[in-house]
Every structure is written in C-alpha cells, then in structure tokens.
Write a protein that binds this ligand. Structure first.
Ligand SMILES: C[S@@+](CC[C@H](N)C(=O)[O-])C[C@H]1O[C@@H](n2cnc3c(N)ncnc32)[C@H](O)[C@@H]1O
Length: 221
C-alpha cells in the first residue's frame, strides 16, 4: 500500500527551470549551509570514510561539501532529474572533484545500487518530495552498509544560517515557501516511530529536530 507522505509541504515539478533555480540559489543564498551540514552529518554519525550517497542531490553542493571535508570518502550524487544531473556534473567538474564525486541517476524508491553499498547516506531538502516515505526508507536501509548511518532531512545547519537564508530568500523570491518555518510537531515524530517500527528498525533511529533542521539518523548493525 502506498502511504501518503505527510511531510510533503508542497508539490514541485522537477523540470529544467527548477533545476536551474535550485542551482542558482544553492550557489548564492544557500552556499554557506552545505559545509556546515556536511560537518554536522559526519560528526553526528561519526562516519567520514568509505562511500557516501547524497539522495536528491540537485546541484550536488552537499555531495561536494562532504567530499571536501572528507578526502577519504567517495561520494555518489544521486537524483531522478536528468537536468539536475547535468548541472551536478558541471559543478563537480568545475570544482575539480571528478575523482571523488560521481553522479548517478534514479529514484529514491528503487535505487540502482547493491545491498549494503554505502557507509554514510546524506540528504537535504529532498525527503519532503518523496512520494512514499516507507518504501524510500526501506530502500535506504537496503543500500546502507552494516555499521553505516544516515543524516537525512532538511534544514540550514544552524539558527544563524537559517535566519540568514530566510532573509536572503525574502529578497530573491518573496513567495519562497520555507518548510523550515513550519513546525513538524510531535505528530510527525510519532508517524516516523510507527513507520520505523513497521520497517523493523525502531531501536536504530533517532530524530534531531532543532536549530540545525529536521534530521533522521538511522544506523545499521
Ligand atoms: C529542493 S531540491 C534539494 C537539492 C539539494 N539536496 C540541495 O539541498 O541543494 C530536491 C531534490 O530532490 C530530488 N528528488 C525529489 N524526489 C526524488 C526522488 N524520488 N528520487 C530522487 N531524487 C528526488 C529533486 O530532483 C531535487 O533535485
């Protein structure tokens, strides 16, 4: 059964225009958030070596920030938008990170990777668009390596950065709909609890819901 994704705050068409807009914003107003989020992901999970997967990578800014902070890590920048993939490839090439970061195309709900491939799975601002969270997280658990962990969610890395982004976006796009201004609420947490119980990993997850954003840390023994 397909479940309604209660985290969805809006629907978005992932076309070329949107991919280009995301690229522009990611390189300007959002730019400072990615190194902070990459650092948070690695310090919270304790993982900075091996293989990393960035789900819904868009212009690959988080994937590149992980690679820059962790030279011992190879990163796969994954997205179901071919337009985003082209933009990501160009950004990776320009940053000189082609040896460390590769792009891959596909849908989070059915990933083209073997079981247990990735040590660290990160994702920012994408989960809110996934159609079926339960099947997406079942896939995440499948491709996560034993001993691996996730840092999946949304946010801006810190309160200062969040305020800076909200201010910056008000100038660039006054109609911008910032999900960070909305409260996920206890109901949201209990829905995740139910979902992870159904997936049999209720003892292996925690939710961070603070000034850094809303993040799901899942681990695999
Ligand atoms: C708001 S953008 C965030 C991009 C990037 N993570 C960032 O923070 O700069 C959301 C991205 O998720 C991707 N996406 C949404 N649903 C997806 C799915 N089911 N599978 C793969 N990618 C998906 C979109 O194509 C888009 O690039």
């Amino acid at each position: 059964m397909t479940e309604t994704n209660w985290t969805r705050t809006r629907t978005l068409v992932f076309d070329r225009d949107n991919a280009q807009t995301m690229n522009r914003i990611a390189k300007t107003v959002f730019r400072p958030i990615y190194p902070v989020i990459a650092g948070n992901a690695m310090s919270i999970t304790g993982i900075s070596r091996g293989r990393c997967l960035d789900l819904g990578t868009g212009p690959a800014m988080l994937a590149m920030a992980v690679a820059q902070a962790a030279p011992g890590m190879t990163v796969t920048a994954f997205d179901f938008s071919g337009d985003s993939g082209e933009i990501a490839e160009e950004n990776i090439r320009r940053a000189g990170l082609g040896e460390q970061v590769v792009t891959a195309f596909g849908d989070v709900h059915k990933m083209p990777f073997e079981d247990g491939r990735f040590d660290l799975i990160v994702s920012r601002g994408s989960m809110f668009f996934w159609k079926d969270l339960k099947s997406a997280f079942s896939e995440v658990l499948r491709v996560l390596a034993p001993g691996g962990a996730t840092y999946i969610g949304g946010g801006f890395g810190s309160l200062d950065l969040k305020n800076q982004v909200i201010k910056g976006m008000a100038k660039v796009d006054p109609a911008w709909d910032c999900y960070a201004k909305k409260k996920t609420g206890d109901d949201g947490h209990s829905k995740f609890e139910q979902m992870f119980a159904q997936l049999g990993c209720q003892d292996r997850y925690r939710i961070i819901d603070d000034d850094t954003g809303f993040w799901i840390i899942l681990s695999k023994d």
